[in-house]
Design a binder for this molecule. Structure first.
Ligand code: NIG
Ligand code: FE
Length: 420
């Protein structure tokens, strides 16, 4: 019998999420194998099936008995602002007292206050402040994550954020996919000179990032994102930056319709962006465009929850139009400091009206599609990375149903147990 490094067997439910990203009303197909097993060798999945079959096929070097436990792919978190310095607990209190997120930002707080602290931090400090967040993400079942810059807003400070992402990707079990977000806000020194800052992003930062990032991202992809919003960047400024990024070989993303529906989602579909994210106030015609295009709609229910707002991404309309829906945390110090995709699933079930099965597919295979990684991660299929989580629950519906505690019992990254 051929050997394998690890055989996980006897899962009450093994969720394969097999056969690719799930569009529209196809969302929620978990591909459940009861009494399921998975064999991993050299970091990759080599077989998936009923436990009895795999026991008969392989001589494992180690085994993991998952009796009474659900086994599923590690979560993919396709939208995080992972790397920053400091915190904004004071702004949380200001919001409780009635100030809005955009008012705080217009008064020089918000993103800019994190920018000041992040600019002052060395790469070592950024890595040290970020590492515990990654540890919490991993403990909660995330095995791949996107990570944005956007708290430097000057060329060297943006490059330091990218350097921190590359170092953490190399040292930490979580795979990180970098995104350049130089157009996160117009920094204070460019106040009143919006277009000059857009020029800087397009003509200086993007080429510098493309040059600097290529060795670090050889095995991965590199995205460019823009905060397209009233008080941040207009649709035409977003278009300029994203078109330049596309010329330079970046994949594209956009923050759209978080507070006002400006047309950023339609722009993303037109430009062939990998994803359009937030999508709370998305106009109907933009939702229709998502149904026709391949841009993934990423819902971030932690954000309205974190801000205490009542409106969430209209998942039902997006699915009805035939869109590809994913979920992410949006982890950041301003609107939502939450490392847990389990919490995001719980919120998506309640406020976006997803079933647990839909939310799980949105947090795995569709989330992988949002970062262009659906060939590598997001499902348990032969050839993919051995990124697997075991739940302390016998039925997948406990995800979503239960919240506020960690249901992940074991995390396996590329075939190695990294959390027990
Ligand atoms: O996605 N809206 C823009 N960016 C983040 C918030 C960043 C911050 O406040 O630091 C978001 O919500
Ligand atoms: Fe965001």
């Amino acid at each position: 019998m051929p050997p394998c490094d690890l055989l996980i067997h006897s899962a009450s439910q093994l969720l394969t999420l097999a056969s690719g990203p799930q569009r529209g009303d196809k969302l929620g197909h978990l591909g459940i194998i009861e009494d399921g097993a998975i064999a991993i060798n050299d970091g990759r999945i080599i077989a998936v099936g009923p436990s009895s079959d795999l026991h008969a096929q392989f001589a494992p070097r180690s085994t993991l008995d998952a009796s009474h436990h659900v086994v599923l792919p590690g979560f993919v978190d396709p939208h995080t602002h992972l790397v920053w310095a400091g915190d904004r607990a004071n702004e949380f209190e200001m919001r409780i007292a009635g100030a809005s997120y955009m008012e705080i930002m217009a008064a020089g707080g918000g993103i800019m206050s994190t920018v000041r602290k992040t600019r002052a931090a060395s790469v070592d400090q950024l890595v040290a402040e970020t590492r515990p967040r990654l540890d919490r993400m991993l403990a909660h079942g995330t095995t791949t994550a996107e990570a944005k810059t956007g708290y430097g807003l000057e060329t060297q400070a943006e490059l330091r954020q990218l350097e921190a992402i590359a170092r953490l990707d190399a040292e930490h079990p979580i795979t990180l996919v970098p995104t350049f977000l130089g157009a996160h806000t117009v920094p204070e020194e460019y106040k009143g000179r919006q277009e000059a800052y857009v020029d800087l992003v397009a003509n200086e930062m993007l080429p510098a990032v493309a040059r600097a990032a290529s060795p670090a991202t050889r095995h991965t992809s590199l995205f460019c994102d823009v905060f397209c919003e009233e008080g941040a960047f207009t649709v035409s400024q977003s278009r300029r930056i994203l078109e330049r990024a596309r010329e330079l070989g970046f994949g594209l993303k956009i923050h759209a319709d978080e507070f006002v529906g400006l047309g950023g989602t339609k722009l993303a579909v037109e430009l062939g962006a990998a994803s359009a994210d937030h999508l709370v106030y998305t106009p109907e015609e933009d939702i229709e465009a998502l149904g026709r295009g391949n841009t993934v709609a990423v819902g971030l229910p932690g954000t309205p929850f974190g801000l205490g707002q009542k409106d969430y991404t209209p998942a039902g309309a997006i699915l009805k139009a035939g869109g590809i829906l994913a979920l992410a945390t949006d982890l950041n110090p301003g609107t939502t400091w939450c490392e847990s995709m389990q919490m995001v699933i719980a919120l998506a079930c309640r406020y976006m009206k997803l079933t647990p099965a839909q939310a799980i597919a949105a947090a795995t295979i569709n989330a992988a599609q949002a970062i262009g990684w659906a060939d590598e991660v997001g499902s348990l299929e032969v050839g993919k990375r051995g990124d697997v989580i075991v739940l302390d629950a016998p039925d997948y519906r406990h995800l979503g149903y239960r919240y506020g505690t960690n249901l992940v019992r074991t995390v396996i990254k590329s075939g190695k147990i990294v959390v027990e």
